[in-house]
Structures are given as structure tokens and as C-alpha cells.
Ligand binder design. Structure first.
Ligand SMILES: Nc1nc2c(ncn2[C@@H]2O[C@H](COP(=O)(O)OP(=O)(O)OP(=O)(O)O)[C@@H](O)[C@H]2O)c(=O)[nH]1
Length: 310
């Protein structure tokens, strides 16, 4: 009778262990993240389905091989030291990607950003490690897409006012530190309302797009062209003095006046731009350069449009 109870308890225990194992296996198999276990020598012992999908290796190809196979080369030399330090510490688990962006390597050698958590356990007196590796490619691509949307204008593809202001802040900072002068051009298409009224909004949009391309062609790579709003644009010219900025503005003005866009009836639509130029002055706050360029633009408009004024 006593033996009977004992046997049924043992059976129950075995059943519970088997259930726990099944639950554990199904969790690991269904996990979205790569789960890899390693022995004390950093050789892979277990590689779940997500790890196979993420890295492109089958479990058979990597079991018994070093985990460093999955790392970008520059992380390999320090890996042993890192693991030793982690092994000796009191910490049970650690986020390895809290300070630097870690890049992992797939079987086909493509590199991708990951987030890694490592934890240690003692199995039969020996240390083992479990790492959970999350592929961040989609998340980073999504963030980049959002950043792009936040910083750019849909119609022209140019940077927007928001981005311009952040760059102005940077360049103003450099000016204060190193004294490198810079200029701002404020550009406004002339009588643009007439373009819209005569040819329609779509042709107006086409003019804004063509205009943006032509201005961009005149500028250097370091210059920044942004759509400030409506038919108003702004250019940041780093390391530039007033006279040089006026030359750039005049080249833009001439280039734009030669441009044609075809109307819906295939008539050539011409357009011109007025430009105000300002250079940062010793006592200026960063916002005042925009105000100065705006005042110069106002003079260019008042003097008859299609001209540059400082
Ligand atoms: N097609 C189109 N038109 C726009 C857009 N943004 C602003 N506009 C138009 O730009 C015109 C600007 O007109 P105004 O501010 O009166 O200036 P203007 O006719 O260019 O005259 P001046 O600046 O004095 O030379 C308005 O008709 C706006 O509707 C846009 O994204 N697309």
C-alpha cells in the first residue's frame, strides 16, 4: 500500500515534469526572439527556431560551435573578457546592448542590429549561459522612416522648417565656439498666387518641385535647403561670408528664371524668385539671422521682385 502511494507520487511527478518540459519547449519554439544557450566555453548548445530564422543557420550547423560565429568581427576579441567579467559578477542577467549598438552576423554575412540579454545558470555545478537576441532591423527601419517623415516635406522631398531649425542651432553653436561665419538665404517665389490662379494648384505644385530641384543643383553638399512653408524656402550656407552668399543667391535667381514647367495645355510656365541674404553678426541671437534674411527678402520684393537683396 505504502509502495503504491509512492509509485503513484513518482508517476505524478514524472507527468508534471513532462508537462513542464512540453510547456517550456513550446514557449521556446514559439518565441519571436532567438534563444541560444551556451556552455562555459561559449559553445552553442541550443538554438531555437527563431534563432534559425534570424541567423539563417540550422541548429545542426551551429551546435558545438562558438557563439562568436554570430557576432560582428569587432566584438569578437573582447567577448571572452566580457563573459569572464559577467561570470565573476553577482549579476544574474545583463542587457549587453545598453551602451553600444551591437551588430550580429547572419550566415550570408549580412549584419543586423540586435538587442541581447544574457543570463547565467549553474547546471550540475557547471555554468551555462542563455542569450535572448532580438533582431532590431524592423524597429530601426521604422524609426528611420518616422524620422524622415518628421524632418521632410512631402511635396518637394526637401527638409522642413523643423529640421532646418535644428541645423541652425548646431551651426550657431559652432559659430559661437569657432567663429566660422555663416549665411542664410530666404527665398520666396514671386507672384505665386498668380501661377496657381492661372494654371491650377497641380501646376503650382509642379513649379514648387522643379524650383526645389534647380536650387539644389546650385548649392554645395554642405549647404542646406529647406521648405520653410508654402512658397517660401530657406538655405543655410555654412562657412560663408555675405558677398559669397549674395553670389550664390544670384546664381539661384538666374537658374530659376530660366526654368520652365509645362501647363496642362503644354504652355511653358515661367517663374521667378526673390531672395533675401543675411550673415550672422557677432551680437546676433540665432533667430535674428532669419529675421534679417526676411527683412532683406521684403526689400527684394519691394524693389521689383526677381532680385537679391541684403
Ligand atoms: N500649389 C501650391 N500652392 C501653394 C502651396 N503652398 C502655398 N501655396 C500658395 O502660394 C501662394 C502665395 O501667395 P502670396 O503669399 O499672396 O504671395 P505671392 O503671390 O507669391 O506674391 P509675392 O510673394 O508678393 O510675390 C498662395 O496662393 C498659396 O495658396 C503648395 O504647397 N502648393
Amino acid at each position: 500500500m505504502i509502495i503504491g502511494i509512492h509509485m503513484s507520487d513518482k508517476h505524478k511527478l514524472q507527468q508534471e515534469m513532462s508537462n513542464a518540459n512540453s510547456r517550456y519547449s513550446s514557449l521556446i519554439d514559439a518565441a519571436f526572439d532567438a534563444i541560444i544557450t551556451m556552455d562555459g566555453k561559449q559553445n552553442i548548445q541550443f538554438f531555437n527556431h527563431a534563432a534559425e530564422n534570424t541567423f539563417g543557420y540550422s541548429a545542426d550547423e551551429v551546435i558545438g560551435k562558438s557563439i562568436t560565429k554570430l557576432m560582428q568581427k569587432k566584438f569578437r576579441p573582447n567577448h571572452s573578457d566580457y563573459i569572464k567579467q559577467f561570470t565573476d559578477s553577482d549579476i544574474q542577467s545583463r542587457d549587453m546592448s545598453s551602451r553600444v549598438m551591437i551588430m550580429a552576423v547572419k550566415k550570408d554575412n549580412t549584419e543586423f542590429p540586435v538587442e541581447i540579454t544574457i543570463s547565467k545558470i549553474s547546471v550540475n555545478g557547471k555554468i551555462e549561459f542563455t542569450t535572448i537576441i532580438r533582431d532590431l532591423s524592423n524597429r530601426i527601419a521604422f524609426i528611420e522612416k518616422l524620422q524622415h517623415q518628421v524632418n521632410t516635406d512631402n511635396l518637394t522631398g526637401l527638409y522642413n522648417r523643423n529640421y532646418f531649425n535644428s541645423k541652425l542651432k548646431d551651426i550657431y553653436h559652432q559659430y559661437k565656439r569657432f567663429g566660422h561665419s555663416f549665411c542664410v538665404l530666404m527665398l520666396d517665389l514671386d507672384r505665386f498666387k498668380m501661377v496657381n490662379d492661372s494654371y491650377g494648384h497641380l501646376i503650382g505644385d509642379k513649379v514648387l518641385q522643379e524650383f526645389s530641384k534647380k536650387v539644389q543643383q546650385v548649392l554645395r553638399e554642405v549647404d542646406l535647403l529647406a521648405r520653410f512653408g508654402g512658397e517660401e524656402f530657406i538655405v543655410l550656407l555654412p562657412n560663408t561670408k555675405l558677398e559669397a552668399a549674395k553670389d550664390v543667391a544670384d546664381r539661384i535667381r538666374k537658374r530659376v528664371s530660366k526654368q520652365r514647367v509645362l501647363s496642362q495645355n503644354h504652355e511653358p510656365v515661367t517663374f521667378t524668385v526673390s531672395i533675401g541674404v543675411a550673415e550672422i553678426g557677432t551680437d546676433d541671437e540665432k533667430e535674428s539671422i532669419i529675421k534679417l534674411a526676411d527683412e532683406a527678402l521684403y526689400r527684394a520684393k519691394n524693389n521689383g521682385r526677381n532680385r537679391v537683396s541684403d
